[in-house]
Design a protein around this ligand. Sequence first.
Ligand code: S3P
Length: 450
Amino acid sequence: MELRIKRAPRLDLEITVPGDKSISHRAVIIAALSNGVCTLGGFLPSEDCMRTVNAMRALGIRIEQPEPDTLIVHGKKRVLMPPKKEIDCGNSGTTMRLLAGLLAGQTFESRLVADAGLSRRPMDRVITPLRRMGANIVAEGPEQTPPLRIHGGSLRGIRYRLPIASAQIKGALLLAGLFAKGKTTVDEPTPTRNHTEVMLSYFLVRTAKNGDGSLTVFGDQVPESRDFTIPGDISAAAFWLVAAAARPRGHLLVREVGLNDTRTAVLGVLLRMGAQVREAIEEVDQLEPRGIVEVTGAPLKGTVIQGREVPQLIDELPILAVAGALANGKTIIRHAQELRVKETDRIAATAHNLRTMGAQVTEMNDGLEIHGPALLHGARVPSFGDHRIAMAFAIAGLFADGETIVQDADCIRKSYPGFESVLEEFTNSKRMQVSTPVIGSLTSPPVEEV
Ligand code: S3P
């Protein structure tokens, strides 16, 4: 599929976004380990999250889906069945890495396979600590890439310092820790999204956040079954937030979106770039805060994104690079070498597509330097099979002269079914009735000194 995009007029919209991808994966897995029936609302029915659902079904868990965004998960008190065949994780790195942790503690053998894209992504980062816990796990691909063969067994809790800030690896180790003897403690170089530990706490699993910031899970516990409603995905909202922020007097309200502060760094960056950004947390009962974000656009100015901010907006960097191209002055993104091992090399892909559309960009080992403002022109740009590249350049097309064509845009289904219809609303932006929320102001975070 190709996406064809034209410059958007002034925009003024109110939207919701589909359920959070990271939370959807974790909710399904932890509900499946629980001691009863859990109804999960707001589930993201995207290709990646359905990989996790089907994997849990292959492990003997009954999961009904009465509506695309509702799951009824029949937890079996941590009892999983040996899968009849290999488990296909498709393109979903989160599925593969979280399952590696889960399966490391089972008594049966399993094999996790991947599509061509995921088969190029590194797995040593999850294999090394799981082996240290006693798991028998082998990567069959070259240089520790998928497939993974896991011969589960009895695990012992360890203390492990992650060499790379990665919520997927932290999540894998905490899930393995549930099946390990004693306690498992994970120490992160800088804080990453905390959805695994939050979801474990929500399901009444005993965890601890230690004084030094490390996290502990105590082994041998059964999550208590509970219902949960997954909030909207702020990483999906980020595309529209940038579209509104970079259009002077553009206005956007996003409702029912997740506002967990390990995920909202993108809002601080947009504020620093000159947009008006306000958020209101409306609900915290289910431990994952959710509420409203409102953005009013302005002429943006360049900024620096580096240090501890990077893991907290890692998925938003391609769209923030587009914002940088539209901003006055220089935008620098550093310490983001992890982008090179996402669904594609996002540093190279972003630089390539921005240049194709007329922006001046310098590629660095660990980031990008973008000189704005660029007069973007419509062009034919590849998605590189990466959903976030496809969506970032669809948004760039809203600001370009002439037509922009994003090639191979089917990959968007990985995280955002329905993206095209919102894009349509943006291109035809008609004034929509928006009620005035009571909403708090954010203060602009300074660029971190490193
Ligand atoms: C995710 C963590 C991030 C992110 C990915 C989802 C998660 O990956 O890029 O889209 O759900 O834990 P890393 O943990 O590898 O940084």
